[in-house]
Design a protein around this ligand. Structure first.
Ligand code: 5GP
Ligand code: MN
Length: 349
């Protein structure tokens, strides 16, 4: 048997507020961030199953579509896509008496849903592990030390209802997000508690081998072709311990890009010996932006870098942002910012 209190309980006041809200039947909408990843989809669906099991009426409304490699997650077929099912999504949101926002902490991250969310005069509950939360929620369960929002949803359920409430479906949802947000349990955010929680989720029915296969071993050829192109395009700035990759819209089209194909490619830069800052720039002609992902190992805060220079944010070692300039101009600016923020390495002679 596992330890009794493997989870980190939420604070007492927040638990009381949530219990009070859930003591009434509520129409609940749960919102992940735009371009939802494994943690966003796993946490929203895990929470949705839990709330419905309490007799509440809960649904997930996502700002836009999510990758195919997440479309097996229990309940994923019921996610309402604000972009593609706009009327149904708006109806759900306008009817809602309670909103949960998961895996993000400022409403801008909800993309096209932001203006509508701002008009809703109902309580919001935030569950999130990013830095610098915005102040919009009645309950702000925000903890940057957490590996993932899925780990927090586990804590949320345990704080409210204990382990009995966690079904195999919930366990599969939460395992997925913890796995993807920790780089398969290897990032520094992975704690002993994370492993204990994951062990508990397996005991409760998370099919760990199947989840790894579904997420990592279901590549379309386009993904591997794009990966090949990305690695060929990689530029290594030895003196600044930095590596960056560019992918133009033309290259994405050439290799038949599909949503999710570029997920995780940025991490390859960090596998180079001596490199502790890795970046990928991905052109999106439709939105007229370059979407950027930043990763670091050690002390360099990519959250600060993304926030200062590229209208973004995230975590210390994983963040994202965007640029409205052309790829060429974006790279020129990026190189200036690298020189301004990173000390060049002095090679011993
Ligand atoms: P990714 O590079 O995988 O898209 O995102 C890495 C981390 O940064 C995630 O935790 C994600 O939520 C956050 N992030 C990505 N893009 C943005 C952005 O444009 N703004 C902010 N604030 N965070 C972002
Ligand atoms: Mn997350």
């Amino acid at each position: 048997m596992l330890l009794n209190c493997i989870f980190a309980p939420m604070n007492f006041e927040d638990i009381k507020t949530v219990q009070k809200l859930l003591s009434q039947p509520q129409k609940i909408v749960i919102v992940p961030h735009k371009n939802p990843d494994g943690d966003a989809i796993g946490s929203t669906l895990g929470l949705c199953h839990f709330l419905n099991s309490l007799g509440q009426s809960a649904a997930v409304v996502a700002p836009n579509d999510f990758p195919k490699f997440l479309k097996w997650i229990p309940g994923s077929e019921g996610v309402i896509n604000f972009e593609k099912q706009n009327i149904q999504a708006k109806e759900k949101l306008n009817e809602a008496s309670l909103i949960f926002t998961l895996d993000f902490n400022h409403l801008g991250r909800a993309g096209q849903m932001e203006p509508l969310l701002k008009t809703l005069d109902v309580p919001f509950i935030m569950i999130d592990h990013h830095q610098s939360p915005e102040d919009y929620a009645a309950v702000m369960y925000s903890d940057v030390t957490m590996s993932s929002t899925c780990e927090m949803v586990y804590n949320f359920i345990m704080s409210l209802d204990g382990g009995q409430a966690i079904t195999a479906d919930i366990a599969n949802c939460l395992y997925t997000g913890i796995m993807t947000d920790t780089g398969s349990f290897k990032y520094a955010s992975t704690t002993a508690k994370t492993h204990q929680i994951v062990a508990d989720l397996i005991e409760k029915g998370a099919d760990n081998t199947k989840i790894h296969t579904q997420v990592f071993d279901t590549n379309a050829p386009s993904r591997l072709h794009i990966l090949g192109c990305a690695l060929k395009n990689m530029v290594i700035l030895d003196a600044y311990a930095t590596a960056y990759i560019t992918l133009s819209q033309e290259e994405l089209n050439q290799y038949d890009y599909k949503k999710g194909d570029t997920e995780g490619i940025v991490n390859y830069g960090l596998t180079l010996e001596g490199i502790n800052f890795a970046v990928i720039f991905i052109e999106n002609k439709e939105e007229g932006i370059i979407k950027i992902s930043f990763r670091s190992s050690g002390d360099f805060s990519v959250n600060e870098f993304a926030r200062t220079y590229f209208e973004g944010g995230g975590h210390k070692n994983a963040a994202g942002g965007k640029s409205d300039f052309s790829m060429e101009e974006t790279i020129t600016r990026f190189l200036d910012y690298v020189k301004a923020t990173r000390k060049p390495l002095v090679k011993n002679v």
